[in-house]
Write a protein that binds this ligand. Structure first.
Ligand code: F0G
Length: 412
């Protein structure tokens, strides 16, 4: 195509995933002007000079992989990434999977994987000359954006669905100094509103519709491969707006194109039963998702009826022979407790969905016991203390004497 945008000095451009239209990397654009579909950051992989050995010499972090990221200025960083990959020995034995792992993204600076996206996204805001950032959020995106905007020294505006955001996340957004607006509507409506606001008033939109943000998130996959030392058979992620599963898939495809890996893992998405448009589309073989108007789940992080990245996620799942499954709120909370009590891993409900989904898929005979599986557990237990407290017995309060202590412990 003669009017194709040439790769600029950073060796990338924006490309529409539907019609292939290309855009300059410094254009402020979130969807294709021709057809309205999603954009992706498209690198000239043939010209990129990357030496895997350099990566090995750098600490495990988002910026280890900087040659495959779009940022050319010194990044706004809070030292994100480098999260632990745990072998779930006890739970794996119970479920019947000797090779089950969890990548604990709750160990990021603000307690979720969003920090990987925001270190890149807020850096890109500055690189593109933008001075105010904004997002809609079920909570974690707002907490992360608020922290990275604070680090960058620029204002942030966040829109939350009123009454449906876990306490820890609201606390973070407020404390980091974002302008926090609660709307009387759900996340899907908040996202529509913030998109309109950003387009009409020039704020920089940092929801996962922004293709640069997903670039940071793809490093979850890079790190997990580096930690395992091989390509797992399957990646399992909780799905809300469907950005993260799309991001990990995109990154792994780049490694495949570069010849660093020779196959792709089966990308598998898990949703909450009351909020599962991607699962229904996969089951029914639909070309696109049918949005749910009243999504509901205890896992408020993934309480999303109209996932904006569904188009990318369906491709990720289908082209790798993966699948999508839904889990009930009861299954999510049971797995949250199991991870906490049997593995010492504290996650929020949405994160437990990935492991709960794996258990269900093993029981259904869809996952083979010999598979090597990486579950991404996306956010920390402390994000949603109210849901934790509701599940646990309260502390036993006693008089301040030894006899009371011994009898409370049943030591006679
Ligand atoms: N897990 C957690 C803890 C999340 O906060 C989210 C999304 C997801 C999973 C799903 O990721 O949207 O890329 O499919 N949270 C967003 C937010 C929507 O606003 O914090 P996804």
């Amino acid at each position: 195509m003669s009017d194709e945008i040439p790769m600029d000095r950073h060796m990338y451009r924006l490309t529409c995933v539907n019609c292939g239209e290309t855009y300059q990397p410094d254009e402020i654009i979130y969807t294709c002007r021709k057809c309205g579909h999603l954009l992706t950051v498209d690198y000239d992989l043939d010209s990129l000079v990357i030496n895997c050995e350099i990566w090995e010499d750098r600490p495990l972090s988002v910026w280890r992989y900087r040659e495959l990221l779009p940022v050319t200025i010194p990044p706004i960083t809070l030292q994100e990434g480098g999260t632990p990959l745990y072998h779930l020995e006890r739970l794996g034995r119970e479920i019947g999977l000797p090779h089950l792992y969890a990548k604990h993204e709750g160990m990021n600076p603000s307690g979720s994987f969003k920090d990987r996206g925001m270190t890149v996204g807020v850096s890109m805001a500055l690189q593109l000359g933008k001075t105010t950032v904004a997002c809609a959020s079920t909570g974690n995106t707002s907490a992360s954006l608020a922290a990275y905007a604070a680090k960058a020294g620029i204002p942030a505006v966040v829109l939350l669905p009123a009454g449906k955001v876990a306490l820890g996340k609201v606390a973070q957004a407020l404390m980091h100094g974002a302008k926090v607006i609660s709307i009387r509507g759900n996340f899907d409506r908040a996202l529509e509103m913030v998109q309109e606001l950003c387009i009409s008033h020039g704020l920089y939109l940092l929801n996962s519709i922004n293709p640069f943000r997903l670039e940071g998130q793809k490093t979850i996959g890079f790190e997990a491969l580096d930690q395992l030392g091989l390509v797992p058979d399957r990646f399992v992620l909780p799905v809300g707006n469907a950005g993260n599963i799309s991001a990990v898939y995109k990154g792994l495809r780049e490694l495949l194109a570069l010849g660093y890996i020779d196959r792709l893992p089966m990308m598998t998405g898990i949703q909450a039963e009351g909020s599962s448009p991607v699962v229904r589309a996969i089951r029914a073989g639909l070309p696109e998702v049918i949005p749910e108007t009243k999504p509901e789940t205890v896992a408020t992080a993934i309480r999303i009826g109209a996932p904006v990245n569904a188009e990318k996620a369906l491709t990720a799942i289908r082209s790798t022979g993966g699948t999508a499954e839904s889990v009930t709120d009861g299954e999510i909370l049971a797995m949250q407790r199991d991870l906490a009590r049997k593995e010492g891993i504290g996650v929020e409900p949405a994160s437990a969905a990935s492991v709960a989904g794996v258990k269900k898929l093993v029981e259904a005979g869809i996952i083979d016991p010999s598979e090597r599986i990486v579950c991404v557990v996306t956010g920390h237990l402390l994000k949603d203390p109210e849901t934790v407290i509701k599940q646990c017995e309260p502390p036993v309060e006693i008089d301040a004497d030894l006899q009371s202590l011994l009898s409370a412990l049943h030591y006679y």
